[in-house]
Design a protein around this ligand. Structure first.
Ligand code: NAI
Length: 456
């Protein structure tokens, strides 16, 4: 039996990054992955969707350039080419992860791994007919799309009428009518893409707002922008059936329906905790996910879990950091996971970037905060590049300590700017210290600097 210090089960962002860091830290490490390295993020999530959305952005610019003095005739989208380019991007990055594993000295086992149990010598994992042993086991098995028992949904998935994030990213034909169930991140990003490339899109959302926990004012601005672009939003509507070319839902007690050529089911994801022998370890679960502490440890000695599988914050960058915390603790380094400064981004156009407390969450926690709310027009570059733009930036400041607790913005480049705000929260710098930071001019980020100067 080949022995490792660490076996990582799952080669997504949580797993491959942890494996690399562990190997570099001197642990003999193996990562077991049944599909492609990179997980959902690289193969059917973050990266492919960004490739598609970039194609849509170029197409949008071509269509709507008039206002900037640019006209472009005969702009067209070739969906097959868009998908082919997306596949090229994915292939290149998956290859890059493989090369990184090799360089770090990680053993990659391309097979389904099944935990067989744990004894005095450590964990036993079977893969491809062989049994491997390890002192530590890090579970990075990820999540899967939730498919609720709505009549017709499962049948629709089988016959291709209904898609998840997995299938929609390979769609080579643009549906004339697309119904999106769920106005969360996946729903909005895909609604944005298909709206840009010409589909008639309807988003059906159960809550009274889109974009989940995003600041309400920002979700509203986002929704208004997309309503202008032609997306129909059905808020407070519960889907009750899918099939016969339509999605049926309840709106204020009335049964209604919308016609669709394709339906995207994007109503959330759940941790994968079955099918790979986890039950042999008697691991404690919490709301269907593996329960972890701030060191990413589970209730089983030597067993750690990082990424979507622990159900905390299902984002690739959370998984990276959680994997690092787990490995650092195995290596005896002091490190713990903090969740108060994890940015989140929605790659719509305009983008939404958020980090930390919102006005509502701060109030719910009884925090004494000041909220600075500025139009993005405070930044010269924003005005130059966003004719008619209605973006805003909100900075939530702790009155007692005079520190930033949250930043929320809707603007182009928000995705690239928001990490700066995360640093402000993570480093706990005071507003006076932050005012001394020199921002490049002219940039969209300067709206954040302006907001800092508005704090009382
Ligand atoms: P989500 O949790 O973001 O949104 C699901 C939405 O569906 C919620 O607003 C919910 O109220 C609604 N919903 C639930 N049941 C419904 C029903 N029966 N009828 C109508 N609406 C219903 O989940 P989503 O969009 O599937 O994303 C999954 C995960 O992937 C999330 O954790 C997200 O953070 C992550 N992700 C992150 C991205 C990013 O960081 N840019 C991009 C894509 C996904």
């Amino acid at each position: 039996m080949e022995l490792f210090d660490l076996i990582v089960l799952g080669g997504g962002p949580g797993g491959y990054n942890a494996a690399e860091k562990a190997a570099k830290g001197g642990l003999k490490t193996a990562v077991i992955e049944k599909r492609a390295l990179g997980g959902v993020c690289l193969n059917e999530g973050c990266i492919p969707s960004k490739a598609l959305l970039y194609s849509a952005k170029i197409f949008d610019y071509m269509h709507h350039g008039d206002v900037y003095g640019v006209t472009c005739k005969d702009a067209a989208i070739d969906q097959k080419k868009v998908i082919a380019r997306k596949n090229k991007v994915v292939k290149m990055l998956v290859g890059g992860v493989g090369a990184t594993m090799k360089k770090a000295g990680v053993t990659v086992i391309p097979a389904m791994g099944t935990i067989q149990g744990r004894d005095a010598e450590g964990f036993k994992v079977e893969a491809d007919g062989k049994v491997y042993g390890s002192k530590y086991l890090l579970i990075c098995a990820g999540s899967e799309a939730v498919v609720p028992p709505i009549p017709g949904l499962r049948e629709g998935l089988k016959d291709g009428f209904v898609l998840t994030n997995h299938e929609i990213l390979d769609l080579e034909e643009i549906p004339q009518k697309l119904a999106v169930i769920g106005g969360g991140v996946i729903g909005l990003e895909m609604a944005s893409y298909f709206n840009s490339v010409g589909s008639q899109v309807t988003v059906i959302e159960m809550l009274d707002k889109i974009a989940g926990p995003t600041d309400r004012e920002i979700s509203n601005i986002l929704m208004k922008n997309y309503e202008k672009k032609g997306i129909t939003f059905k808020l407070g509507c519960k889907v009750t059936a899918v099939g016969d070319g339509k999605v049926t839902f309840e709106e204020n007690g009335e049964v209604k329906s919308v016609e669709a050529d394709k339906v995207l089911c994007a109503i959330g994801r759940r941790a994968v905790t079955t099918g790979y022998g986890l039950e042999t370890l008697n691991v404690e679960l919490e709301r269907g996910a593996i329960k972890t502490d701030e060191f990413m440890k589970t209730n089983v000695a030597g067993l750690y879990a990082a990424g979507d599988v622990n159900g905390k914050i299902m984002l690739a960058h959370t998984a990276y950091r959680e994997g690092e915390v787990a490995v650092n603790n195995m290596l005896g380094k002091k490190d713990r996971m903090r969740y108060n400064a994890i940015p989140s981004v929605i790659y719509t156009n305009p983008e939404v970037g958020c980090v930390g407390e919102t006005e509502d969450s701060a109030k719910a926690k009884g925090l004494d905060v000041e909220v600075v709310n500025l139009p993005m027009a405070y930044a010269g570059r924003y005005v130059a590049e966003n004719e008619g733009g209605n973006g805003i930036i909100k900075v939530i400041v702790d009155k007692q300590y005079h520190r930033v607790l949250g930043v929320h913005m809707i603007a182009n480049y928000a995705a690239e700017i928001i990490y700066g705000a995360a640093m402000m929260i993570e480093t706990e710098a005071t507003i006076d210290n932050l005012k001394e930071i020199v921002f490049p001019h002219p940039t969209v980020s300067e709206a954040l600097r302006e907001a800092l100067f508005e704090v009382k």
